[in-house]
Design a binder for this molecule. Sequence first.
Ligand SMILES: NC(=O)c1ccc[n+]([C@@H]2O[C@H](COP(=O)([O-])OP(=O)(O)OC[C@H]3O[C@@H](n4cnc5c(N)ncnc54)[C@H](OP(=O)(O)O)[C@@H]3O)[C@@H](O)[C@H]2O)c1
Length: 255
Amino acid sequence: MNGKIDHWVGKRVWIIGASSGIGAACALQLLEQGACVALSARRRDSLEQLCQGQPLALALPLDITRHEQVRAASEELLRHWSRIDLVLVVAGGYQATRADSFDHEAASSLLALNVGGVLNCLDHVRPVLLRQGAGGIGIVASAAGYGGWSGTLAYGAGKAALINLTESLYLDLHPHGIDVYQINPGLVGTPAAAGHDVRMPARMTASDAAGAMLDGIERGQFHIHFPKRFTNALRLARLLPYRAYFWLIRKIIGR
Ligand SMILES: NC(=O)c1ccc[n+]([C@@H]2O[C@H](COP(=O)([O-])OP(=O)(O)OC[C@H]3O[C@@H](n4cnc5c(N)ncnc54)[C@H](OP(=O)(O)O)[C@@H]3O)[C@@H](O)[C@H]2O)c1
């Protein structure tokens, strides 16, 4: 559904959310394979540490929830690079939110980060890709966006929005020569996942998750999800009538 990538040498990849976890692991794997990588996130010191001894890496700190900071970073990036081949929007956060102990402020700020932040990136990256008539954008949603789970009220709703958003992006942008990737990890052992109070079936390392993500991009897939034994179980559950879905999802997630 997207173009295949047979090597990363000289490819210019901007990873937003690259200071830890899946984004940092992607950055390191891409640098190892000869890509030029711009790493963004809020923690400048972590980004600079990852860039140390990496001549092809560039640290571009930003807060994704701040529209003007994303614009300034994209302008700075274009002063260094003449084009962008791939933007990976990995940044996001997790906080348990439940309907029986609802915290409006926590839910709103999680959605501002996980959805609003992606829209901020889209606003500044979309014109660059359209001008080029080439390149790609990958957005990390989550297997939690496939259907409702108990305890993930705001997180799941935000990730479901990203799943829908990437489908629209594909329909709108692919005819202009732009590749779009919807990336849905299952449970990955990272700082973000430390806040999960769900069972961790089929848990992956950040490095394996990054490998699966880049493999899907290289193959030109639109829908990249892993580990398959977990994500496919959730996708199958989605096809069931709701009575059966609610029963099964409690078994899979453990609450
Ligand atoms: N771990 C899982 O089980 C799992 C499962 C499915 C999907 N995901 C998704 O995968 C993505 C990466 O998460 P992860 O598990 O690798 O967790 P992580 O290690 O906590 O990484 C999150 C990244 O997002 C950045 N970030 C957070 N808030 C930001 C902000 N306001 N502006 C800019 N960057 C920000 C963080 O950097 P700074 O703190 O330096 O800003 C960090 O680089 C997230 O979108 C998450 O929802 C994770």
